[in-house]
Structure formats: structure tokens, C-alpha cells
Design a protein around this ligand. Structure first.
Ligand code: HMG
Length: 441
């Protein structure tokens, strides 16, 4: 158990500066109904990195904004962890490149700071937050905070089924004692099995069995929720929002009934629902997992038709999906974007979140899901007010199909392609060729 209150003190967001319009440009070239993207997958656009952006520059630019906003110097930071599945270096962690960038602009250096890189597909962002929280809870931090950055260029091979779900960006989080945003509760539910539905063995773009990856997501989430339930009693009213890993909003729409079913278990809500749609199936009542899954599907189909569920979905889930629908999958950042999206929605709609709880569901292919609770802290509103999410998204340059193809080639690590940038750097770290990483322009 954490003796101290530790969690996310502040957060920053950095989107790739280009935008690919999915119902417009993408659907037209693919000759698909735009509703497949907007209604089916729940996506309107993807963020793309310009030719001078990559995982390091996006991470460093987000971290610089975070440090400036919080008035931090390198001496205040004892740890820099980067979570990514888009790393280009098999030895040096991306955090060393990020520290190198930041040292160009601050007095002092990060010589004293412990740096690392975490990998477990998209769940690595949450694992890095957990590592930093534990480091502080164990009193190893000597009064310093940690910066945890999730950063990815989530690109698929052109023509792959995942192409519509691409995205690129970074989230930088300051992890500290007595945080302003959320404290992280110690209980964790885990569901983890060796899987091969999405993987990148010595390759940049993933080999993915898209349909199976959705089933694996649901199975691991279910296990993690079951494991969480063995430790924490829950009720649907306990959680203001439920941010889940969002490869695309349609995936969370499929996972949400599982979440509801679990948080309602053992409460009067389950009893009331039993009269309307029957009892929830329990795994111990079935001989095999397949029969249990079928019974579950039948139950959740009925559940999603109930008014009670639909109200809960609009309140606790829908607001977590807004940013994702505008930027695509940012892999390690995805669940952290869902949290930002919910808090931003609450601020814009005058919802009081002080001391309210979130139930956070992280997931990484390969595959592991993790569930934990968070408590929103009274400083949350001031923190969220300082984010410039909408400005960054509105300012993105809308790329044509030809520009998309050229930019996609630039970000293929396996080939070296040179194209002119489509936007102009604005006092930021830029990628300007190997060995000149992170120069500021
Ligand atoms: P697809 O096969 O091209 O799409 O790709 P589809 O035909 O299944 O259509 C998608 C949805 O749109 C369906 O909804 C259609 O019915 C609907 P569903 O039936 O599933 O509810 N649709 C329409 N709706 C309204 N009007 C229309 C229309 N047409 C169709 N006209 C797929 C889908 C997910 C397979 C693909 O995007 C893919 O391969 N994505 C990459 C893998 C992925 O994101 N998996 C998610 C779970 S794994 C995960 O989250 C981990 C990950 O983030 C990686 C990591 O951890 O590192 C990916």
C-alpha cells in the first residue's frame, strides 16, 4: 500500500502537426463509405508527424512545455522514463535522446537522473507511470519528481487493415507526491497471456491480425477486471469516468459492457438488471471459456439495450473518446489521452470532479490488460485549463493523399526518404538527420 499520495501532478500533450481526414481523403481513396470510419471505428482524423518530427522531438517538445509550465529545472527531476513501441535504437533508450534535447535549453543537466525505456506495446505507458509512482512511494526519489513520456508514431504498412487507425503524438506526465491531477490507487487487476496477434519482430510496421486482436483485447480486459474485483468492491456510481485504451473508439464501445458488468457485480444494480435481462453469467458455471464467452456476448447485447446502461455510457465512457476520435491510435499514449479527454470534458461542462474516482483500463498487445483506480485531486481543473489540445489539433495541416504517401515513406525507418516539410518549425526541437537529433529551430 502506498503510504504517500503519489500520482500525476501535471500532463502535457504533443500532437504530430499533420492531419489525415478519414471520412474525406482516406475514405475517398479507399472507395469506402465515410460512415465506416466515423460510425464504425469512431474516427474522424489521424495525427501524423511532419518530416522534421519523430518520437524524440514530440517527447522533448511535450516535456519542455511541461517543465516550463511547472517552473522546473533539470535538478528537480530524478527520473525520465519513456514508453514507446516505435524506438529506432536497440541500445540507447529514447529518454537519453530526450534528456539531450532538454539539456540544450536548461541550465544544468540530467546527469543525476535515472533514465530508461519501457516496452510492452501500448500498456508500457501505464507501466512506466507505475514504475515512477513506486520509485517515489519507496522513498528513492530524494525529493525529486519523475517525468514519464509516452511517445509513438503508430504507423501500419500502407494497405494494412490497421491503416485507418494510425496516429502520432506524445504525452508527458509529471509524477510526484501530493499531485494536482490524480493519485494512483495501489490495487491492480492484471490479465496477461503470451499472444501473437500484433507484433513487430525486427520490423517497424506491425504484423497484425486485426479481428483477432479485438478478441484478445476483450479477453485480457475481462481477466483484468475479474482480478481487480477480487481486491476492490465496485459500483457503477463509483467512477466519474472510465478511460480505457482506445486504439479506436469503436473498440471501447465493444469493451464498455464488460466494464459495466464488472463494476455492477454484487450490487443492487445487478439484481435490478436481472429482472430486466437475466442474471450475469459467471465463468464457474461453464465447462469451457468458449461457452462462457457466448453467454457473455448474449448478456452484454441485452445490457447495451437498457436505458440504465446507455445513460452510464454517455456519462462515463463517451467523454473519454473525443481526443482519440480526432487523432487516432497513439499506442502508449492512448489511455492517457482518454484520461485527458474525460477531464477536459468535465472542465468544459462544469462537472465537479474533486475527489471523484476514475477506473483506468490499460492494454498492450502481446498481450496484457491492467485495471486500477485513480482519485481526482482538487488542482485538476487548473491543470487541465492550461492544456492547448484544441489549438494543436485545429492548427494541424490537412494533408492530401499524395502528401500522406510521401510522409508515410519518410517515417519508414527501413528506407531513407527525403521530402520537404509541410509546416514550419516554431521554436521547437526538430529532427534534422541522424546525429543532429533534437536541434531547436
Ligand atoms: P476493417 O476490417 O477494415 O473494418 O478493420 P470492418 O470492416 O471490421 O469495419 C469496422 C467497423 O465499422 C465494423 O463495426 C463495421 O460493421 C463498421 P463492428 O461490426 O465491428 O461493430 N462499418 C460501418 N458502420 C457504419 N456504416 C458503414 C460501415 N462499414 C463498416 N458504412 C480493424 C477493423 C479493427 C480490424 C482494423 O482497423 C485493424 O486491423 N486495426 C488494427 C488493430 C487494432 O486496432 N486492434 C484493436 C485491439 S488490439 C489493441 O488495441 C492494441 C494496439 O493498440 C497495439 C498495441 O497494444 O501496441 C493496436
Amino acid at each position: 500500500m502506498n503510504m504517500k499520495d503519489v500520482g500525476i501532478d501535471a500532463v502535457e500533450f504533443r500532437s504530430g502537426k499533420l492531419k489525415l481526414d478519414l471520412p474525406g481523403t482516406f475514405a475517398e481513396v479507399k472507395d469506402e463509405d465515410p460512415a465506416k470510419y466515423t460510425k464504425g471505428l469512431g474516427l474522424h482524423a489521424s495525427s501524423f508527424p511532419d518530416a522534421y518530427e519523430d518520437i524524440v522531438t514530440m517527447a522533448a517538445n511535450a516535456s519542455k512545455r511541461l517543465m516550463d509550465r511547472k517552473g522546473l529545472e533539470p535538478d528537480d527531476i530524478g527520473r525520465i522514463d519513456v514508453a514507446t513501441e516505435s524506438a529506432f535504437d536497440h541500445s540507447k533508450p529514447v529518454s537519453t535522446y530526450v534528456a539531450g534535447c532538454l539539456e540544450q535549453v536548461y541550465d544544468g543537466d540530467f546527469r543525476h537522473a535515472n533514465k530508461g525505456e519501457r516496452k510492452f506495446a501500448c500498456i508500457a505507458g501505464t507501466q512506466s507511470v507505475d514504475d515512477a509512482v513506486n520509485w517515489i512511494a519507496a522513498d528513492k526519489n530524494r525529493g525529486r519528481a519523475a517525468i514519464v513520456i509516452s511517445t509513438d508514431t503508430a504507423l501500419y504498412e500502407r494497405g494494412d487493415s490497421g491503416e485507418a487507425t494510425q496516429g502520432a503524438g506524445a504525452v508527458a506526465m509529471l509524477i510526484d507526491e501530493d499531485p494536482d491531477l490524480v493519485t494512483i490507487e495501489p490495487e491492480q487487476g492484471i490479465g496477461s497471456v503470451d499472444e501473437t496477434d500484433f507484433l513487430k519482430p525486427n520490423q517497424q510496421f506491425p504484423s497484425v491480425d486485426g479481428k483477432r486482436s479485438m478478441q484478445v483485447y476483450l479477453m485480457r480486459m475481462r481477466e483484468a477486471l475479474e482480478d481487480y474485483e477480487t481486491q476492490v468492491e465496485t459500483h457503477p456510481d463509483d467512477f466519474a469516468f472510465i478511460p480505457f485504451h482506445t486504439p479506436f473508439p469503436g473498440m471501447v464501445r465493444k469493451a464498455a459492457p464488460l466494464g459495466y458488468r464488472h463494476v455492477a457485480r454484487g450490487t443492487e444494480v445487478e439484481d435490478e438488471l436481472a429482472e430486466e435481462i437475466g442474471r450475469q453469467p459467471r465463468p464457474e458455471a461453464f465447462d469451457d471459456d468458449e461457452a462462457y464467452r457466448e453467454a457473455l456476448k448474449e448478456y452484454t447485447d441485452k445490457l447495451t439495450e437498457t436505458e440504465r446502461y446507455q445513460e452510464w455510457y454517455s456519462r462515463a465512457i463517451e467523454p473519454t473518446l473525443d481526443i482519440s476520435s480526432r487523432v487516432g491510435n497513439w499506442y502508449t499514449s492512448s489511455v492517457h489521452l482518454a484520461r485527458i479527454s474525460a477531464l477536459k470534458h468535465a472542465r468544459e461542462n462544469g462537472i465537479d470532479l474533486d475527489n471523484e474516482r476514475l477506473l483506468v483500463g490499460s492494454y498492450g498487445s502481446g498481450a496484457q490488460a491492467e485495471i486500477h483506480g485513480e482519485t481526482v485531486q482538487p488542482g485538476w481543473e487548473d491543470e487541465i485549463a492550461q492544456l492547448n489540445v484544441d489549438d494543436q489539433l485545429v492548427e494541424r495541416y490537412d494533408i492530401s493523399w499524395e502528401e500522406y504517401e510521401a510522409i508515410h515513406d519518410v517515417h519508414n525507418h527501413e528506407e531513407s526518404v527525403d521530402v520537404d516539410p509541410l509546416t514550419t518549425p516554431d521554436g521547437e526541437f526538430v529532427f534534422d538527420g541522424w546525429g543532429r537529433m533534437g536541434e531547436r529551430k
